[in-house]
Ligand binder design. Structure first.
Ligand code: PLP
Length: 520
């Protein structure tokens, strides 16, 4: 057998993609297609690398890795993180629930986000989790709840620092060149400096409430360490300002949020800033060519599209976890004292989401058909049995995922094709990528689908969502079963007046779902 490593958990063995010790072909045979596959060892490896890298740099105090539950809140995955001693960034009552059930220590659960319901805040405080103040409304609720609490509430103040020196365009805005500092300021998360100070003053007046530190999360605007350094300097400046305004307050913990890119960073790879210009030019040209007749017009457009329209996964690796660790901690350690904050003893917390989960997941699907158009223009479309509606997080961020033909890894690329999913939308999962000749039954693997994808899947077109399996060495177990059609319709209720009249042919005879109960 010949084996080539693709990365930590992926390898090419005799032309077949292996996830840890299991062949992707075998996984699909056992569990069906499409399938979300997660590597347990890769999750543990990512967590340990973050912990080691940040501990090496943050010499002032302890470090806590608190992965963003939103990136993958599957119960089994949260159990792996709890076993690794992780905390959790949670956004909702549901994420709080799964983190607690998984056994995450509530002292290292941070309830972030805006808006928050009062009941969610109450539960957060009652279980002893951290409340991150992200609006003055959170303070209103806290003032109301504080006298009723049985234990001291621990809260942190979320700052939205202006990274004023960082005017490079943000990757967040795919459509154009918006400076990072402006994009970050317009984001709903975090409080402006005046509001943080107001919130801090109000919270500090409350009994049974302790302000334990600060939080910030800027997001993945740029993959570079330079961006992280700028972020940390801006954060340290604003932490210093708030501490001063609160009468020389000294934080015990500082969270820097998430937003670290994954190695094969697929973020916004499906778009390019020059696209609007290129498409605009093509459009104008096409309008002009109309007067020369459709034959000439199609001929020219075909030639232009052959050269100009192509997609390819990103090949520039993002900084490593270790590089992020060094740059981030050094910038923070240098900047905090400059702004009057002594870092000694402060716990540094981080909330990586995509960078813990992204490269732990592979989405396997099966090729259904290839369509080859030769006239009036040449274009190929390969359809696969999955859909963008099961990979929503990535679509939202304009991902172009790296991919493999998992049962024939060594087949050389011979054609350019769109890879399209099964929903009735265009469902263009990968645009104009280079592929080998594929046939129905080939296995299509989209890499790096471990974060934000399965957890954002929907039932568009009434399609039952696929199963998830966890691979650990040579074992694979279902951690979220595939949905049935009954699951898809489980929440539907039929008012009595719309109940169908008795028919001679019950619906089951069509092989459809069991009839929905008519409810009054
Ligand atoms: C507060 C907070 N922390 C962490 C994260 C994780 O971000 P990422 O997945 O980019 O690391 C998010 C994502 O939105 C967030 O809102």
């Amino acid at each position: 057998m010949t084996e080539t490593r693709i990365d930590d958990c992926l390898s090419n063995r005799d032309g077949v993609l292996f996830i840890e010790e299991l062949a992707s072909t075998e996984l699909v045979e056992r569990f069906g297609s499409p399938l979300f596959v997660f590597s347990e060892n890769q999750i543990r490896r990512n967590v340990r690398r973050f912990k080691d890298a940040f501990e090496a740099g943050w010499t002032a105090g302890p470090v806590k890795v608190m992965p963003a539950a939103k990136a993958n809140w599957t119960y089994a995955i949260q159990r792996v993180l709890a076993e690794e001693g992780c905390g959790a960034d949670i956004y909702s009552a549901g994420e709080l629930d799964v983190a607690l059930r998984a056994g995450v220590d509530p002292r290292f659960i941070s309830a972030n986000g805006v808006p928050k319901e009062k009941e969610h805040i109450r539960r957060t405080l009652e279980v002893g989790a951290r409340l991150t103040i992200d609006s003055l409304r959170d303070v209103d609720f806290l003032e109301e709840l504080a006298p009723t609490l049985s234990k001291t509430a621990h809260v942190r103040l979320r700052i939205r620092p202006a990274i004023s020196g960082f005017v490079k365009s943000s990757d967040f805005v795919a459509e154009g060149l918006v400076p990072t500092d402006i994009t970050a300021l317009l984001y709903k998360g975090g409080l402006s400096i005046d509001e943080v100070i107001e919130a801090g003053k109000r919270v500090m007046k409350l009994t049974h409430v302790e302000v334990v530190g600060f939080h910030q999360h800027h997001g993945r605007h740029k993959a570079t360490t330079e961006y992280w350094e700028a972020q940390m300097r801006a954060y340290a400046r604003d932490v210093g300002r708030v501490c001063k305004a609160l009468g020389g307050y000294q934080p015990e913990e500082i969270s820097i949020g998430g937003g670290f890119a994954i190695p094969r960073d697929p973020h916004n790879a499906a778009t390019h800033y020059s696209d609007p210009v290129a498409f605009g030019a093509l459009h104008l040209l096409s309008l002009g060519l109309k007067y020369l007749g459709s034959k000439i017009r199609y001929f020219v457009i075909d030639k232009l599209m052959g050269v100009a329209v192509k997609g390819a996964p990103n090949t520039v690796p993002a900084p490593s976890i270790e590089e992020y660790g060094r740059a981030t901690t050094a910038a923070l350690l240098e900047a905090l004292p400059k702004h009057g904050v002594d870092p000694a003893g402060i716990m540094l917390q981080l909330e990586p989401g995509r960078s813990i989960h992204g490269n732990t997941g592979v989405h396997l699907s099966t090729v259904e058909a290839t369509k080859k158009m030769t006239s009036p223009i040449k274009w190929n479309v390969v359809t696969i049995d999955t859909t963008e509606f099961w990979l929503v997080g990535g679509r939202y961020e304009h991902h172009l995922h790296d991919f493999r033909i998992a049962n024939r890894l060594d087949a050389p690329p011979t054609m350019k094709a769109d890879v399209a999913g099964r929903s009735c939308y265009g469902d263009r999962l990968l645009g104009a990528v280079s592929l080998p000749e594929v046939e129905a039954g080939d296995l299509f693997a989209m890499l790096d689908t471990g974060a934000y994808q399965e957890v954002s899947a929907s039932n568009f077109n009434a399609m039952p969502r696929p199963a998830s399996v966890l691979v650990t060495d040579n074992r694979a177990v279902v951690i979220r079963r595939a949905e049935t059609l009954d699951d898809v319709f489980a929440r539907d209720e039929l008012p009595k007046h719309l109940a169908p009249a008795e028919t001679a042919e019950p619906r089951e005879q069509h092989g459809a779902v069991t009839p929905l109960a008519a409810k009054g």
